[in-house]
Design a protein around this ligand. Structure first.
Ligand code: 6R9
Length: 655
């Protein structure tokens, strides 16, 4: 880490905004002035670019922190803003989604068609008894129906909880239970890595409770899209095929207004404890910031751009920059179902060429894996349509930034490195393309209207040239409004640390360079970032100890060239288990076990079976030392260990 930081701080390459780009850029330096003059008026102005059934008169209510209300007396309909509004403005024939299936099938969906579909789905949901405030779980592949489902739920004032299709039945069950979902919308399966990956069986397993949790009690219906064509079990009365009910439903549905603070969605993310947190977002403020940031950071010109955000809708990036931001702006975007290397390693670049993608928004982990296979692959395709590149999910190292710039961006497309979180709802720190001179590796500056700082443990500004903790010092429109069902945890996790100052604690380490630009240094808590996905060390540890063979487990995020961090587990096996089973193959069994419990992304890269774990006298596992071992380094200071010999034993066992 230290060498990485030193490296970052000696990075002095600078890239001025290309004149041609700047001439036609959506963002201007005037935005900073406007926001500096009056932050709330600035956001009110952005919010008024949406359609309000009832205009708001109040901008921000921060009278009961940390519970913010934005535009509280206004009323709007999120789906109307993303759909009907564009159709009514005469843009119904504009393509909303350029969908590409993994096997190569494709569909174009216009704004008029998507509006029609969403109205039908809204009517189906109403017919199934879904009303204002009810929760709907969505467990779908990246297909147009996924977007339609989210918007239909939003349209009727219900709350969606999208669960990433790569999560296991158990993870799905936990999320369905926590939200008390009434309906699950899923598919038979979707294409991944060249074959159909089933989804419906996981829903069945989650609901039947065969995994030991007992039958699920809140879900009344399962709406199933046919995509994979795989055989599925059917529960009569509970399960419905999308293709049976949606086309039959009426396409007449008038969007009703809901208060700005009406909950829009819950999205579960990993925290420092085992239980995932249901991050709650509401309507008016969220949509305002998602739309504004998409417009200025991604430089959206709706009638000419082809935008492609490669994130899955199961993550916040897919919510804000696949579903809500681009549709609120009336943009045309690519939606791709599959993996980047199926059926060949140039699949993404083929898609860029095929659709003439102009703006690409993706994660450093993807860039690094393309780097690894070499420039020859992208060089086979015409990428000249690309005029802007974005990065999100983890710090982008300068090498990957330069490769992205040269090989994908043809040395001309600006790069925006965007820092934000599930909790922040939308981009917070980023260069503005056409305005900011960029620096490889730095996310740089807060957006206009956003107030951040880097502070020490006491909440004092660290000053340029120093590192500390990233905080947000003033409420922002798309901020989380809480953790579903757990206001105490909301306060504890994000607000207690800097209660005196009233700052939001993001959990990220950061450093200010001599210009005051921000460099992100990764998480300061027990959250790992694997391929841009947040995973909790504790959650994986509890999955491991849930296996009959495991007595104790410690998990660390070790740095990994491709995925940023990789999951490395140290486990102590039960004596009783060893007495009756061979140890061969146990590592692999446990890897698969974690995959079943949480999802394949959580599978440890390495599992080391050890005799002991390094603990402090108070019994805290010293993950720092395990990280040293996992990264093949000399083990650091062990003086606070209860048993100082334990690390040499572990190092020997690992070798
Ligand atoms: C949007 C998203 C949030 C965590 C965040 C931070 C890391 C995201 C980053 C970045 C450095 C960037 N992160 N973007 N770190 N530079 N541009 O990824 O949300 O899944 O909630 O993860 O990701 O550590 O705290 P989420």
């Amino acid at each position: 880490m230290t060498s990485q930081i030193d490296h970052l701080l000696t990075e002095n390459r600078r890239f001025a905004p290309p004149a041609a780009f700047a001439a036609d850029a959506v963002a201007t330096a005037a935005l900073y002035e406007e926001a500096a003059a009056d932050r709330e008026a600035f956001w009110a102005h952005r919010a008024r670019e949406l359609h309000w059934h009832t205009p708001f008169t109040e901008v921000l209510d921060w009278s009961t922190p940390p519970f913010a209300k934005w535009f509280a007396d206004g009323e709007l309909n999120v789906a109307y803003n993303c759909l009907d509004r564009h159709v009514e403005a005469g843009d119904g024939d504009r393509v909303a989604l350029l969908w590409e299936g993994e096997p190569g099938d494709s569909r174009r969906v216009t704004y008029a068609e998507l509006t029609d579909e969403v109205k039908r789905v809204a009517n189906v949901l109403i017919g199934l008894g879904v009303g204002h405030g009810d929760r709907v779980a969505i467990y779908l592949p990246m297909i147009p129906e996924a977007i339609a489902a989210m918007l239909a739920v939003a349209r009727i004032g219900a709350i969606h909880s999208v669960v990433f299709g790569g999560f296991s039945a158990d993870s799905l069950r936990t999320r369905i239970d926590d939200a008390g979902a009434k309906i699950v919308i899923t598919a038979d399966g979707g294409y991944r890595k060249g074959k159909v990956s089933p989804l419906k069986p996981a829903v069945d397993l989650a609901l039947d409770g065969r995994s030991g949790a007992g039958p699920q009690e809140t879900v009344e219906h399962v709406l199933v899209v046919r995509r994979g064509g795989n055989d599925v079990a059917w529960t009569e009365g509970r399960d419905l095929w999308w293709h049976d009910v949606v086309p039959e439903a009426s396409a007449e549905h008038e969007a009703q207004p809901f208060p700005a603070e009406n909950p829009l969605f819950i999205l579960y993310t990993s925290g420092t404890t085992g239980k995932p947190k249901g991050i709650l977002h509401t309507s008016g403020g969220y949509l305002t910031q998602a739309a504004f940031t998409n417009k200025v950071v991604h430089d959206i010109h709706p009638s000419t751009d082809i935008f492609w955000c490669t994130a899955d809708i199961g993550w916040i990036t897919g919510h804000s920059y696949v579903a809500y931001g681009p549709l609120a702006n009336g943009a045309t975007q690519v939606l791709y179902e599959g993996t980047p290397d199926t059926p060949h390693p140039g699949r993404w670049w083929e898609i860029v060429e095929k659709y003439g993608v102009t703006i690409l928004y993706t994660a450093p982990t993807a860039i690094r894996s393309f780097m690894k296979i070499g420039r020859k692959i992208p060089r086979k395709f015409d990428l000249s349509s690309l005029r802007l590149l974005g990065s999100v999910g983890e710090p982008i190292n300068p090498e990957a930034w330069m490769w992205y710039h040269k090989i994908i961006g043809g040395k001309t497309a600006p790069i925006v490195d965007t820092w934000w979180q599930t909790e922040t709802g939308a981009i917070m720190v980023s260069a503005l393309p056409g305005v900011t001179e960029t620096k490889p590796g730095s996310a740089q500056v807060p957006l206009p209207g956003i107030a951040i700082d880097v502070v020490d443990e006491d909440g004092t500004h660290v000053g340029n040239g120093n590192g500390g903790l990233l905080v947000v010092t003033k409420p922002w429109p798309s901020m989380l409004r809480g953790i579903w069902g757990d206001p105490e945890r909301f306060k504890e996790t994000y607000w207690d640390k800097f209660e005196k100052q009233g700052y939001y604690f993001a959990g990220d380490g950061a450093r200010l360079d001599d210009d005051g630009d921000v460099w992100f240094l990764g998480r300061v808590d027990d959250v790992m970032n694997v391929s841009g996905h947040r995973l909790s060390t504790t959650e994986i540890e509890s999955a491991l100890v849930g296996n009959e063979a495991v007595a104790e487990a410690a998990v660390v995020g070790a740095s990994d060239e491709t995925t940023g961090q990789a999951v490395v587990a140290f486990v102590i096996v039960k004596e009783s288990y060893l007495a009756e089973h061979p140890i061969d193959g146990l590592g692999n069994t446990l890897r698969l076990w974690v995959g079943e419990q949480i999802g394949p992304i959580a599978r440890p890269r390495d599992i080391y079976i050890v005799g002991e774990l390094p603990k402090t006298r108070s019994g805290k596992i010293m993950r720092r030392l395990l990280r040293d071992v996992a990264e093949g380094r000399e083990v650091g200071d062990t003086t606070t260990l209860a048993d100082t010999a334990v690390m040499s034993v572990i190092s020997a066992q690992v070798k």
